[in-house]
Ligand binder design. Structure first.
Ligand code: ADP
Ligand code: MG
Length: 836
């Protein structure tokens, strides 16, 4: 109640004016001029007054108005970083890193003062004054310091994105702000958002009893003409390529920004654009001459648009011939199929997916097109942008293209609101975005490419009008837009499992999670499933309270099931292996399924595949090690990669052995981080270190590791489908690798790459089920049925002691043991008779 009172007070009585403190910042002339152009600068005074006089302020403004880069500076200059730090959270890693660098640069400060912290890396220290971080990182910090006492201000950026962590942070901070006020050590909360759907958190009485002050930053948005496609093509990538070609060869100067869905598509398109403009240098040259002539006629987007539409119409009416004979000399980008081409439609992974283009190739590509630029008058400077792009490449998108080049950035939805690319005049919008879908109950994952929302499409279009009037080309029809697009995409919290969130909240002593002031509540079913799974793990007791194990688990920066595996394995001297395993399991797609062989020679491709399968089998070991299954391959592969890295040979090693280089790099980081985390949290293990020369586990260790896997993933057990269980009409051959998962009806299969296809053990645990043409299991290991009651007691239904054989006293345990029978899981698989 007291908290509520202060809450009212802070909304009603203006705070006494703070004496003005000005901390000098010396900016370069160039920076100062760029800043002056930002709409938010004109509002500095009123924004700062509002923040000084209120505790919770919402700042809404169009993307590019200067919120992210300027607000931390305003606060710094007003003295907010003198005694404590300024925290800025971003839902995306790429934004946290990139923005901290930009702000440091603008303020003439080093990364010791303006720093960042994301899951695997950072340069933030106690000296840091402005700290950019991902929202997940701040949430973790809350666990050890619930009042966030080292910060004077928390800025939650990109709140409209509705990432799970930002949502939770809003809920938590709505309570923390009054608590800090009560302590006499006030904390300011600034929520920043694009001008989208503010109502969810502003007029949400569970969150804020009184709506917080909202400042709208006026923005200078130039008109953007939106052009819909007449038809919606099946292949939006090819269509995008076409459209870019048309824009580039026919329309006046100005950068192009292209939105597609994932890293793979981005790289594919960039590669195509670069190749096209390199191989057809002569034609490109001619094309640009023609363009120079034409440019007098084509000055304005209106004419240009007609031009584009004419061509569309021409295509439709069967005027293909005209294009075949190439009246307008230009590169035939339609001819884009090359051997070893990536099948982008079956891309299973989201943003984090590695491309098949190695970074070397990418670099060369850039150089090549630069060379191309000397030969032609107007080459296209095509750059990729996605969240996992290395930092130095991210920075390139902000730099002007080389003299005489047109800038073309191919991006995932990172460029939708997080990053503003300068000088974009044309936006090409596929209208698609990739969503990772989870089945709320079974946890089955899959990536789907969806239509994005109307709000997102409009946001994308807006990117074309930052500096001048622009054009947005939508690669779909207006009918599709009107009838199929949702108004907004649903908040992330309603789309993913909330296990780690649930446990973290429980550890923060938030008892009734159902009553938590979520901006949008996750559905009840999801919360229930999370609670269920945490109970099976033993992280929560029957009443739903956190167990000591649960607390230990929550300390690890990984999913609860992996946290449990780590928490368990220090007793078995298995920790280095488990760390390695967990690191590998937390990173997606370490092993490439089939090596990408660029050779057009089928035989060669086939033998490469065979070599790779052989390597995998060799890695899988034998005996107990083989039963550790695909996880064993991971373990050994990562160990070997580590060794290669210590000799500076990692890249080549990965290429030769079908490992994804970037995944291995990430695993190494995570291994170090986990090791440090364990060192700090488990005193008796204070001297563990990552051993680059970790030997493969012994037979016994391999067996123990399987038990640890079962302990962590006991809710994901599958049992081989025997021939006599097949229903009528089901072909035996098709079910050779079929299993029944304990929580699912449909059969699930061992993937083609799985080493367990040789031994086909009766019971296995799996890391995840994913769906392509069939349901496949990833990360499988064999388990013994006798282990189930021991490691997954919550899912076993055990009988009363059996009358025979008779209970006996055992000296080694000092207990009376008896035999029971029982079943496992909801499908009541019979367990063997076991001694308890
Ligand atoms: P908002 O947060 O309101 O979307 P930002 O603060 O991100 O706006 O962007 C303000 C301006 O700063 C934009 O014009 C953007 O292009 C520019 N900017 C951001 N980062 C960089 C950078 N690394 N280099 C050059 N300009 C940048
Ligand atoms: Mg921003």
């Amino acid at each position: 109640k007291k908290v509520k009172n202060t809450d009212d007070k802070l909304q009603h009585e203006p705070l006494p004016r703070k004496p003005a403190v000005y901390v000098d910042v010396i900016r370069s002339e160039e920076i100062q001029q760029a800043r002056m152009k930002l709409p938010i600068l004109a509002e500095e005074q009123s924004i700062m007054e509002t923040i000084n006089e209120n505790h919770i302020v919402v700042i809404a403004g169009e993307t590019g108005s200067g919120k992210t880069t300027q607000l931390p500076q305003f606060l710094y200059e007003a003295g907010y970083a003198l005694k404590k730090q300024i925290a800025v959270t971003e839902p995306r890693r790429v934004a946290a890193v990139s923005m901290s660098q930009r702000v440091a640069e603008e303020m003439n400060l080093s990364n010791r003062e303006v720093s960042y912290l994301i899951r695997f890396e950072g340069n933030a220290t106690d000296q840091t004054r402005i700290k950019f971080m991902t929202d997940g990182v701040l949430l973790k910090e809350l666990q050890s310091d619930f009042l966030l006492s080292k910060y004077s201000v928390v800025i939650l950026d990109e709140a409209h994105e509705r990432s799970v962590y930002t949502d939770i942070l809003i809920g938590l901070l709505s309570r923390i702000v009054p608590l800090r006020l009560k302590k006499g050590d006030p904390l300011k909360l600034v929520i920043m958002s694009a001008t989208l759907r503010l109502a969810d958190f502003i007029s949400n009485e569970r969150l804020f009893r009184m709506p917080p002050r909202v400042i709208n930053v006026e923005s200078r948005q130039f008109p953007v003409t939106v052009h819909f496609n007449k038809r919606t093509p099946d292949n939006y990538l090819k269509e995008a390529l076409n459209k870019i070609r048309k824009i580039h060869t026919k329309l006046p100067e100005g950068g192009i920004l292209v939105f597609v869905t994932g890293q793979r598509e981005v790289n594919w398109l960039v590669q195509k654009l670069r190749k096209a403009f390199l191989f057809n240098r002569k034609r490109a040259l001619k094309g640009s001459e023609a363009k120079a002539k034409k440019s007098e006629e084509v000055k304005d987007g209106e004419i240009a648009d007609q031009d584009l539409d004419d061509e569309d119409a021409g295509l439709k009416k069967g005027h293909r011939k005209r294009r075949k004979v190439k009246v307008i000399p230009q590169i035939d980008l339609d001819d884009y199929s090359i051997p070893g081409d990536i099948e982008f439609d079956s891309d299973e992974d989201g943003e984090d997916h590695e491309d098949t283009l190695s970074s070397d190739e990418e670099e060369n590509g850039a150089v090549e097109s630069q060379e191309g630029s000397r030969a032609t008058t107007q080459p296209l400077w095509a750059l990729p942008l996605y969240s996992m792009l290395p930092i130095h490449k991210q920075r390139m998108v902000f730099q002007p293209p080389p003299e005489g080049c047109r800038l073309c950035i191919v991006s995932t939805n990172v460029a939708e609101t997080s990053l503003t690319i300068p000088n974009v005049k044309y936006v090409v919008d596929s209208g698609k975005c990739k969503v990772k879908l989870y089945d709320k109950v079974t946890g089955v994952t899959g990536h789907v490419v969806h239509w994005c929302s109307k709000a997102a499409a409009n946001q994308r279009a807006g990117r074309a009008g930052r500096t001048q009037p622009g054009h947005c080309y939508r690669l779909y029809s207006s009918a599709v837009f009107n009838d199929t697009f949702a108004e907004h995409s649903p908040p992330e919290i309603q789309q993913k499992p909330v296990d780690d969130l649930y446990l973290q909240m429980k550890c923060m002593n938030i008892d009734k999670i159902v009553n938590f002031p979520f901006p949008t509540a996750p559905d009840l079913m999801q919360l229930k499933t999370a609670e269920q799974r945490l109970k099976i793990l033993g992280a929560l007791d029957d009443k739903g309270n956190v167990t000591p194990l649960g607390r230990a688990i929550s300390k690890f920066p990984v999913l609860p099931r992996y946290g449990k595996m780590l928490a368990l394995s220090h007793q078995q001297e298995l920790l280095p292996y488990t760390i390695c395993l967990v690191a590998a399991l937390s990173v997606q797609e370490v092993l490439l399924e089939v090596p990408i062989v660029a050779s057009p020679n089928l035989e060669e491709a086939k033998s490469a595949r065979q070599r790779w399968n052989a390597t995998r089998q060799r890695w899988a070991g034998s005996g107990q090690s083989l039963l550790l299954g695909d996880n064993m391959v991971l373990l050994k592969a990562v160990g070997a990669a580590e060794y290669a890295a210590s000799r500076g040979d990692l890249q080549r090693f990965c290429e030769e052995n079908g490992l994804r280089h970037k995944a291995v790099v990430e695993i190494r980081k995570l291994r170090l981080q986990l090791t440090a985390c364990i060192r700090d949290n488990v005193p008796e293990l204070a001297d563990i270190a990552v051993d680059p020369q970790m030997p493969p586990p012994t037979e016994l260790q391999a067996k123990l590791l399987r038990q640890i896997l079962l302990a962590g993933m006991g809710d994901q057990v599958a049992k081989k489908i025997m021939p006599d269980e097949l229903k009528e009409g089901e072909e035996k051959a098709k079910f050779k690798y079929a299993y029944r998962a304990n929580n699912m009806e449909e059969p699930v299969f061992l993937h083609q790459g799985s080493v367990l296809r040789k031994s086909l053990p009766e019971y296995i645990v799996f890391q995840e089920i994913y769906e392509t043409n069939k349901m496949y299991m990833r990360g499988v290991a064999a388990v013994e049925p006798e282990w189930l009651p021991v490691y997954v007691p919550q899912l076993c239904n055990l009988s009363d002691p059996l009358p025979s054989p008779e209970p006996i006293y055992r000296q080694d345990t000092g207990k009376i043991h008896c035999y029971v029978s029982g079943t496992f899981g909801p499908q009541a698989w019979p367990l063997p008779r076991i001694e308890v």
